[in-house]
Design a protein around this ligand. Sequence first.
Ligand code: GNR
Ligand code: NI
Length: 168
Amino acid sequence: MAIRKILEFPDPRLRTRAARVDVVDTRIQILIDDMFETMYDANGIGLAASQIDVHEQVIVIDLSSDRTEPRVFINPEVKITDDSLEGFEEGCLSVPGFSESVERPKAITVKALDRNGNVIDEQLTGLLAVCLQHEMDHLQGKLFVDYLSPLKRQRIRQRLEKEQRRRA
Ligand code: GNR
Ligand code: NI
């Protein structure tokens, strides 16, 4: 397994739309293992393949504090089942050091494949619904900062660019 580098805002590669996975084979299972290792190493609760510069529709999530409840969603299709919005303070491993409240639909259903290619069809609410919608956005090239005011987004961009220049 390997820890992969997480792309950071405003890297233009984060704007790439992910393609559907056509076969859930060993290559995808290795990708999933690397995604979990990368996410756990960074103390995240979710990761989209887009964030490690792999533009295929794969999401991993683990909301448990002891990191023992890995979930995988391949080719996810989401339907909103309760369009009333709820605000939640979101962070992102691709926007390190910042968090802001984002409003999203409260309840969704997701149809996807798991790591063995079996169909998942679930109702999600609460943090899992928030996290899955956040990861779905990544697969479409969208980030939580896109929901903020242009001023806030620009401030975040400037601070991250400064930090990236410092590291380079
Ligand atoms: O680790 C993460 N925490 C988080 C908190 C609130 C809402 C969404 C998230 S996802 C984030 C990891 C990440 O960047 N996934 O794309
Ligand atoms: Ni994110």
